[in-house]
Design a protein around this ligand. Structure first.
Ligand code: HDE
Length: 713
């Protein structure tokens, strides 16, 4: 049965999870207002009172129920990853290559589409914080498999800040707002975070990732995901293979720049949430490829780092990532609270064929996630919530507790029993029963870190070495901003001393910007190895679909030119919005009609991937006289975006503070200067070359090498 979900109208009824959710959906269409007991309500605007001006009566059960429920509407936000956005979709293996490594059906059978729910999140901020802060992004996937729920609770960076979960409360206390004044919100740029980094150098590698553009994703659809830990795949005979999980976005891994992020946080704090929602609602489904790095057990010690150390990655040049399947997100939730807020992930939600390793970070997580749901979701029955419940029957002999949703039949909720004929029965491995990987463990009971976890610098160096120059510039600028916000000099000095062990060049570039002396003496020994896969330089740059363009126009725009340009751009799969000083109809010249989708003051260049200035002499004159419009284009050029103008629209670029750029003269077909494209053709000539070049520049994401420092925007 088709059912719909608000704007975008995705169809429902497709997969098993969606069918399962159907029984929980409450549709108000054609309904009558009732109390929670189903009693029809005659009046809900005034409380029951003794006389028109008299006191409210205690017997007004409707008002009391309404207020009581309201008083309890907020639940505690997640202690970390409080702000997130989710969506449903499916996962499907490409083939059966993993069948030789694991009995997990959802990974083995290319004919099987497993429903998923994915929640993306920031880590440090509160539920109402902005999407575009500098932070790690959570990437948590719940697979509703036919063997029960499997959760892959990962991040968009392949390593983590700490090696042992016992340090997690320390780490989170350091990155969260400082305890005396609860500042700053959703930011690592403060003393306690960098104090932690300086005192706990195992965090340095992850701190490098956090200072890189990876912390500023352009879209959830354009970021990688990683399981981070080394897990185990287990085959039917109990043989294990180490595995690292990777999600690779079809659209490439793309980032915003920091200045832009800060502005977006004010203009549209929901930027990433909106982007995901709109893409799915418009049928432009985000997609990731699942890849695995497999390491046989005999190679456990073949590396110069420990596979159990979550501050290390396995360089792809040593163990390639093998693509094994794809995940597509096809459906937005219908109720944010019921689904995205109440979804509960847990690293210990496993299915047969997947198991843990002894990574001490993972071991701690296996305790924490269940525990945290008890407080957050108010008791032990959260797995019965619609978004959390598996698509297979649950008979767990668990009983009672807050908000029990099931009416359990039977009289013997224990195993073994004779009263209920022995049901529910246990299952052997061949019947799908989970069997733990049998690992031999013996050793002293100790509280100490393995010596194989001791190197905190080599992979941070590998990361730095692998960056393109523009990425290095962004990292240095990030350190300047973050450490520049640190009040205590000794903390800044300590961090720079650590950076010196990553790279002397890095320390030398960071130190002067934050008032710290460059370390003296011979440079510490580092290495010059690189891992090209760590850089975003080589990512996908030929997909234009799913990007957005602001077309600037004003009264006096050339109507026919505007129509043909916007329709040609839409055909590329771009979201095109016409912005003008005012919304609504525009006076058009040269035939045709024109209208603005939005008024420029409500928007900003930072909310778009690209900007195009439309043709029309009077329109261009109006825009030139409007500081907002001139700023709009200058800002987009500064942020290295694809910026273009046609005909008289080129004059708006000329009016902007863009000294040194060359623009097309009247009649010139196409001038391309560092990704700024102009065409002086008359509006009657379809600017085909120009449009193709513009689409190419948008797909390339940014012209990172553009000289932008002197642009005052
Ligand atoms: Fe989490 N983490 N974490 N974490 N984490 C939570 O669980 C925790 C870690 C991650 O969208 C909490 O339900 C400990 C690594 C994601 O709902 C909590 C340790 C990675 C999400 C928790 C870690 C993650 C969480 C808070 C160190 C990447 C959001 C609310 C031992 C591989 C899931 C909740 C969602 C959420 C604990 C480290 C990813 C408190 C103790 C490493 C994506 O249980």
């Amino acid at each position: 049965m088709a059912n719909t979900s608000g704007p975008g109208e995705q169809t429902h009824g497709g997969d098993e999870k969606d069918q399962d959710l159907a029984s929980a959906r409450v549709d108000p269409a054609g309904s009558r207002l009732t109390t929670a007991q189903g009693l029809r309500v005659e009046h809900t605007d005034d409380s029951l009172r003794a006389g028109e001006r008299g006191p409210t009566l205690l017997e007004d059960f409707h008002a009391r129920e309404k207020l009581t429920h309201f008083d309890h509407e907020r639940i505690p936000e997640r202690v970390v990853h409080a702000r997130g956005s989710g969506a449903y979709g499916y996962f499907q293996p490409y083939n059966d290559v993993l069948a030789q490594y694991t009995v997990a059906e959802f990974l083995r059978d290319p004919a099987r589409r497993t429903p998923v729910f994915v929640r993306f999140s920031t880590v440090a901020g509160s539920r109402g914080s902005a999407d575009t802060v500098r932070d790690v992004r959570g990437f948590a996937t719940k697979f509703y498999t036919r063997q029960g729920n499997y959760d892959l609770v990962g991040n968009n960076m392949p390593v983590f800040f700490i090696q042992d979960g016992i340090k997690f409360p320390d780490f989170v206390h350091a990155v969260k707002p400082e305890p005396d004044n609860e500042m700053p919100q959703a930011a690592s740029a403060h003393d306690t975070f960098w104090d932690f980094v300086g005192m706990q150098p195992e965090s340095l590698h992850m701190a490098m990732w956090l200072m890189s553009d990876r912390a500023l994703p352009r879209s959830f659809r354009m970021m990688q995901g990683f399981g981070v830990h080394t897990f185990r795949l287990v085959d039917a005979s109990g043989v294990g293979t180490f595995v690292k999980f990777h999600w690779t976005p079809r659209l490439g891994t793309h980032s915003l720049i920091w200045d832009e992020c800060q502005r977006i946080a004010g203009k549209d704090p929901d930027f990433l949430r909106r982007d995901l929602w709109n893409a799915i609602a418009s049928g432009d489904y985000p997609e990731w490829e699942l890849g695995v790095q497999l390491v046989s057990e005999s190679d456990e010690f073949a590396f110069d780092f420990d596979l159990l150390d979550a501050t290390k990655l396995i360089p792809e040049e040593l163990v390639p990532v093998q693509p094994v399947g794809r995940m597509v997100l096809t459906r937005n939730p219908q109720n944010f609270f019921a689904e995205t807020e109440q979804v509960a992930f847990h690293t210990a939600n496993l299915v047969p064929g997947i198991d843990f390793t002894n990574d001490p970070l993972l071991q701690a997580r296996n305790f924490s996630y269940l525990d945290t749901q008890l407080i957050r979701l108010g008791g032990p029955n959260f797995s019965q919530l619609p978004v959390n419940r598996p698509i297979v029957p649950v008979h767990d002999n668990q009983r009672d507790g807050y908000a029990q949703q099931c009416i359990h039949l039977g009289r013997a909720p224990y195993h073994k029993n004779s009263i209920d004929a022995g049901y529910p029965m246990v299952s052997s491995a061949s019947e799908g029963g989970y069997t733990h990987y049998q690992e031999r463990v013996d050793g002293h009971k100790i509280r100490s870190r393995s010596g194989s976890f001791a190197d905190h610098h080599s992979q941070a160096t590998l990361f730095w070495n692998s960056m393109a120059e523009w990425e290095r510039e962004h990292i240095v600028a990030a350190f300047h901003f973050e450490l520049g916000k640190v009040d205590r000099l000794e903390i800044r000095e300590r961090v720079v001393a650590h950076l010196d062990h990553i790279s002397r060049e890095l320390a030398e570039r960071v130190a002067p910007g934050i008032g710290v002396t460059v370390p003296s003496g011979p440079a510490p020994t580092t290495h010059s190895r690189t891992s090209p896969a760590l850089s975003q330089e080589g990512t996908v740059t030929d997909i234009v679909r799913g990007r957005s363009v602001a077309v600037l126009a004003a009264d006096g725009v050339h109507g026919e030119s505007l129509r043909s340009l916007t329709s040609a751009l839409s055909e590329f799969g771009l979201l095109v919005e016409v912005l003008a000083p005012h919304a609504g109809p525009l006076r058009a010249v040269g035939g045709g009609q024109a209208s603005a989708d939005r008024a420029m003051p409500t928007m900003s260049s930072v909310l778009y991937d690209a900007v195009l200035v439309a043709d029309g002499e009077e329109s261009a004159a109006n825009l030139r006289a409007d500081g907002l419009a001139v700023h709009f284009v200058a800002e987009a050029v500064k942020h290295a975006k694809a910026v273009a103008a046609v005909g008289a629209g080129v004059e708006v670029l000329r009016a902007a503070p863009l000294a040194g750029f060359r623009f097309a003269e009247p009649g010139e077909d196409l001038v391309s200067d560092q990704g700024v494209l102009t065409s002086g053709s008359s509006p009657d000539v379809p600017p085909t070359r120009f449009l193709t070049a513009f689409a190419g520049a948008i797909a390339a994401h940014r012209t990172w090498t553009r000289a932008v420092d002197s642009i005052p925007a």
